[in-house]
Design a protein around this ligand. Structure first.
Ligand SMILES: [Zn+2]
Ligand SMILES: [Zn+2]
Length: 256
């Protein structure tokens, strides 16, 4: 599995972009960043987007991508998948014909964007990837994802993505034996109360979460830090002394 990190920040500043991860060139996991970092051909290669939740920092690239497709009159469409609540919020508040055209109904060759509901803890298959959303604990309906890559009938790699979440349970009970965990840490420890009120993690809260996984993944990659506290978060993460744990770098490619 090839994971390209398009954005991995909890805010926007130069060099810090909201979360988006491109898997094997065709599956976008969250859509916080796209047009600013992907060339046109790379944008056309995206066929599916899976969303963890409908907060703006995870969906904001979708309207521009749809517009780019329309402008080129490409016979291309993108299937956006998530749980029902997330798709409803996306349609009602963003693709509603007011904020932006409703690209779920527009397109010369059929709608450019197609919404497909997926159910929590139910596997779907796209090409060689098996994907399962798992509900997590955020301030709005939200999921993490388990993504497995198959070669023939054998699973060759497993990625766990937390999305945005405060302390949670179910995802960790399914995370055993994963190769890579991409997990959010938004705030430093001294903002622990704010983190818990808004459904996010700090380094110390993350440590408690990782204890819920029996066998830790080899790589634990941290996403979504607030850039304003990046130095402090980095020091606090290092002090945890957990092997294989580091901050994600935007632009990097990870082979699992
Ligand atoms: Zn959020
Ligand atoms: Zn977020």
């Amino acid at each position: 599995m090839k994971i390209k990190i398009l954005g991995a920040s909890g805010a926007e500043f130069p060099g810090h972009n909201p979360p988006a991860y491109l898997i094997n060139g065709f599956l976008l996991v969250d859509a916080g960043t796209l047009g600013a970092v992907l060339e046109e051909d790379e944008q056309w290669a995206i066929r599916y987007i899976i969303l963890s939740h409908a907060h703006l920092d995870h969906i904001r690239a979708i309207p521009f991508l749809a517009d780019n497709i329309i402008i080129k009159n490409k016979r291309h469409h993108i299937t956006i998948m998530s749980i029902g609540d997330v798709l409803r919020q996306l349609k009602e508040h963003l693709l509603n014909g007011n904020i932006w055209p409703d690209f779920t109904t527009i397109g010369r060759y059929g709608p450019v964007l197609r919404l497909q509901e997926i159910k929590p803890e139910t596997w779907i298959r796209i090409d060689s990837l098996l994907i399962q959303p798992v509900l997590v604990n955020h301030s709005v309906p939200a999921t993490g994802y388990i993504i497995k890559e198959l070669k023939g009938r054998r699973i060759i790699s497993t990625l766990i993505y937390s999305g945005d979440t405060g302390p949670t349970e179910r995802l960790w009970s399914l995370a055993d034996g994963a190769d890579v965990l991409i997990v959010e840490v938004s705030f430093p420890d001294r903002l622990s109360r704010l983190a818990q009120e808004t459904g996010h993690l700090t380094p110390r809260l993350l440590k408690g979460e990782l204890k819920k996984i029996q066998t830790l993944p080899r790589k634990i990659l941290i996403t979504h830090p607030k850039p304003q506290y990046l130095g402090l978060i980095k020091r606090e993460l290092k002090a945890l002394g957990i092997k294989g744990l580091r901050l994600l770098k935007e632009g990097e490619e990870i082979e699992v």
